[in-house]
Design a protein around this ligand. Sequence first.
Ligand SMILES: [Zn+2]
Length: 309
Amino acid sequence: MKKIYLAVVVFIIISCGSSNSIKTDKAKVGRIMNFLASDELQGRDSGSEGIEKAAEFIEKVFESNRIKPFFQSYRDTLSNSQKIAYNIVGFIEGRDEQLKNEFIVIGAHYDHIGIRSAVNGDTIANGANDNAAGTTAVLELARYFGKARSNKRSLVFALFSAEEKGLLGSKHLAKKLKEQNFNLYTMLNFEMLGVPLVGKDYLTYATGYERSNLAEVCNGYAKEKLVGFLPTAKEFNLFMRSDNFPFHTEFEVPSQTFSTFDFTNFDQYHKVGDEVSLMDFGHMASLVNKFIPVIEGIANTSRQEIKYK
Ligand SMILES: [Zn+2]
């Protein structure tokens, strides 16, 4: 009896340890952020040589975590962009025979605004907060689920191009998936998470907060107030201003964006000063880790619980 008890305890410790070790941390976040927001990538303007390096980097992350291409390859070529631009789309099939036919899209745009006029000799808009931060969050979630394989529903990881040209990448992908009768449950998008909110009793806000019970569902799985309501997000209609919106339009299922940019905690939005040195990697890592049980919960519960009101 004692031996069995001991074996069970040892097993639990080992399995907890292995799932903890694939969570993210400051160093892992920093490594990705430092690359995506480096001068070498020239501000990741869609169609540029710089963004091509980001695309190749994302493909390598997918490949090394055995995340399959959702289409023939990871690249989904935009049909609505003059310059050649690609979304990068990976996929982890759910492990439940029934639920794997339902899909959750986890997205972020990886493009930015490229080269701008010089401020103190700097012309590169590195887009660390907008949106190397969201891209990093999605890549670290992808790495986690690639290793853990804990999802019953299928997960699609989509990194969008040409968001800055008018949500072109997400418009293209949402339309294409709709035409293919893609069975979307919910679309969760990540934008500008590099700097923490100040003086709030929640850690991130959801755009379109009042439209659904998403925040309530997230907070239930997080066991804390992870997601809250930011009045200025509603005032400026951020719900319509990021890559969740085309999915909302095409599918009419809960499609919302998480962000920690509140117009007061970061004054370098769309400026050349949106640099990696201003980012808080500890905050980002903590947030990503808090979203792991949330996404696991949403992916694994038997019934689709996120609903528009
Ligand atoms: Zn953005």
